[in-house]
Design a protein around this ligand. Sequence first.
Ligand code: GUN
Ligand code: ZN
Length: 435
Amino acid sequence: MTTLLRGRLLSFKRAPQSLDDTDSYTYENDGGLLIENGIIAAIGSYAAIKGQAPDDVTEVDHRPHLILPGFIDMHVHYPQMQVIASYSANLLEWLNTYTFPEECRFVESAHAERIATHFYDELIRHGTTTAVAYCSVHKTSADAFFSEAMRRNMRMVGGKVMMDRNAPQGLLDTPEMGYDETRQVISDWHGKGRNHVAITPRFAITSTPAQMEATAALAREFPDLHIQTHLSENHDEIKFTGELYPDAIDYTDTYARYGLLGPKSLFGHAIHLSEREADAMSEAGAVAVHCPTSNLFLGSGLFPLKALARREKPVRIGVATDIGGGSSYSMLRTMDEAYKIQQLLGERLNPLESYYYMTLGNAEALSLADKIGTLDTGTEADLIVLNAAATPAMALKMEVVKSLTEELFLLQTMGDDRAIVETYVAGKPMKSILQ
Ligand code: GUN
Ligand code: ZN
């Protein structure tokens, strides 16, 4: 099956250096994108692509809207869809009061399946075509997560959480159970459909040294897998971690000493890193995943994104919603808050950088840029169609918008799921078929 999309095409080639870095992206004002069997077969001007399309091609005209690669969310907890909007003073209180009790419910597969269905509906509604997710400690939650991903043919990364202390009994595994069940999840799901399994120790506070050893063994046995965990989010969390791992130099070292600091390692938050920790992250090629709505909502701190990116030893960066510590499923809302955090730090985050991070930047941070994150030929046709005049207030502002970067900034500042006209997953329109 061959489809030809017509619209304004925008795709990044590399990280933009400034707002006028037009070499960092490709833009076709009247563009054509040819999709064959879920893969981007050709991209260019509409006239050129139309010329090479088969006679029986299905054409969809999305003018005057923008067509971009689908957004990527680098850190999200699908079992926290009913934790979002919980009134709490800080991270540890929020975890103990709301989050841990809620995650206990995922022992029931019917509950996990119901929430997984809602989760994918929300991703599609908000234009997110790939997410890196935490399941709960229960294998049932990972089964529900990956089977629904397969049903929708989405490229997803996820992991059964490993945690064996400092949480309610219903949320604890053991070093052996965490190891065995993670191995089972890998053999059941990794590489099936578009699924990737991530090794997922929740964070140092909820894993004993014995469980960290088991995690280290998994990392050695499956060196290609992503590893995801939390790092340096909150001052009380950092202090408690230091007490639990007195031999570690610092929080980052608690993971490094178990072989968990490498180029496939994704560290949620990483707000309060020392220079030594940032150096260690940089040397290992590990990724700091910025979760702006969560960091503001939980009062965790201001992530120094620009400062980390311009270091002599730069730290790789991803961006994410962190539902349910985060307060929006929308990557547009997420980058609006990221922008404001940099404002408070006296830094500028320009709109080209924001859209780079949501697409190619996150794909690079996942080492998946050969498959997702761009409109390059040969990559998977996960795409979104964006309308910068989606609401009356946006349409009014659009009357005075003069450039592509102004339009992108308007979408980021005022946009949400209403600005996502369509979400294509492997070439198939998925948003318009939602209930
Ligand atoms: N640290 C450990 N678990 C979590 C979680 O679920 N959310 C956030 N924001 N931080 C965590
Ligand atoms: Zn998290």
